[in-house]
Design a protein around this ligand. Structure first.
Ligand SMILES: *Cc1c(COP(=O)(O)O)cnc(C)c1O
Length: 376
């Protein structure tokens, strides 16, 4: 059997007699039944329920995470909602302390009438999760590496703890991407992605996905599917088409992202104007050993640095960078920095001198030179 890198490129839509090498874009919202009046497999009735471009994307994303099926959504947030929605009223959720802010807002704002409560713990130590379990705990939500401190949580230990306590485990794998971590292989029940980031890879498509393998509780996967097809927060066929195209270069992009990230992390780690570098690939990183155990092909692309001086000094460095653009988000081919404290606003816990870095696929010498001049 061909490798995953090859197979991802060669997945296509079989449309009779078209001869097309790349998948066609199927915009039709409705689909003809066959002669006997039956719905044709893979098309269903209507594009909200199932669209060929979306099914192709779901197949490829499942392959990337070693899953058996997936549900694609119009955004990462909609994908997260599908999981929270499956929990039911009066549930308790355990969240990491260093979490994508939007996930917490979903629980705080959108589910407050459901009486869903949550505890926030540092997941780099399993004992903290153990102690937070309550009678009605239904879900442990993990993000590794975390945002923006790059903490690493041990997915094998968390999956085991959840199984023992009959709790659903879900990993937001957006930052790591399946190139570096495959949570389902480590025993986690559900993988969620904002495909807006590394999977899309070009900062031009918004999307999300939830992926599961054969071990999933069918009631949960059906709930997620229903949330998608009945709730209707689905991506457009053209966004799915573009995302499918992005996946053809996924391995190539990630390889370059990864080697660039390691070189930049080492450079910044040795720079006198940088106080600290948070990157799981550095031996000095607090959770380096867990990262080494569960990450493959490298240590991810994201990092954060603490610059010497105060908030103004830090913002000045961000403005002096010429190739790295000062903008929120991550995972694109272009390098970005983000001053998290001013991006997150009043509630932010980020230090005033922290810059988050998303390393692109530009020439590494140009990237090092850019930081060199901005820090001087
Ligand atoms: C961006 C992001 C999300 C939200 O995804 P959207 O596609 O913006 O809705 C969730 N989790 C993480 C870690 C993210 O980076």
């Amino acid at each position: 059997m061909a490798s995953l890198e090859t197979s991802i490129i060669h997945q296509t839509l079989e449309i009779e007699n078209s001869g097309a090498v790349v998948p066609a874009l199927i915009q039709s919202t409705t689909f003809k039944r066959d002669g006997a009046g039956a719905f044709v497999e893979g098309r269903d009735i209507y594009t909200r329920a199932s669209n060929p471009n979306r099914r192709l994307l779901e197949k490829k994303l499942s392959m990337l995470e070693n899953g058996i099926d997936a549900a694609c959504f119009a955004s990462g947030q909609a994908a997260t909602m599908s999981i929270i929605h499956s929990l039911g009223q009066n549930s308790h959720v355990i969240l990491p302390d260093d979490i994508y802010y939007g996930t917490r807002v979903i629980l705080e704002n959108l589910y407050k009438n459901w009486n869903i409560s949550f505890s926030i713990v540092d997941m780099s130590d399993i004992k903290n999760i153990m102690q937070a379990i309550q009678k009605n705990t239904k879900l442990v939500w993990v993000e590794t590496p975390s945002n923006p401190s790059l903490k690493i949580a041990d997915l094998i230990e968390i999956a085991k703890l959840c199984k023992e306590n009959n709790i659903l485990s879900a990993a937001d794998n957006t930052w790591s991407s399946p190139y570096f971590t495959k949570p389902l292989d480590l025993g986690i029940d559900l993988v969620m992605h904002s495909t807006t980031k590394y999977l899309g890879g070009h900062s031009d498509i918004l999307g999300g996905v939830v992926i599961w393998n054969e071990k999933i509780n069918q009631e949960i996967s059906q709930c997620i599917r229903d949330y998608q097809t009945i709730g209707g927060g689905v991506p457009s066929p053209s966004d799915c088409w573009l995302m499918n195209r992005s996946l053809s270069t996924f391995f190539l992009r990630m390889e370059k992202h990864s080697t660039n990230a390691i070189k930049l992390a080492n450079f910044l780690n040795n720079h006198p104007k940088v106080e600290k570098v948070y990157y799981p690939g550095l031996k000095t990183h607090a959770n380096h050993d867990i990262a080494k155990k569960q990450m493959t092909n490298g240590f991810g692309v994201m990092m954060s640095i603490l610059t010497k001086g105060n908030e103004n000094d830090c913002l000045k460095i961000a403005s002096k960078l010429k190739i790295f653009q000062h903008a929120t988000s991550l995972g694109g081919v272009e390098s970005l920095v983000d001053h998290r404290k001013t991006a997150e606003g009043l509630h932010s816990c980020s230090p005033e001198n922290l810059l988050r870095i998303s390393v692109g696929i530009e020439n590494i010498e140009d990237l090092l030179e850019d930081f060199s001049q901005a820090l001087s």
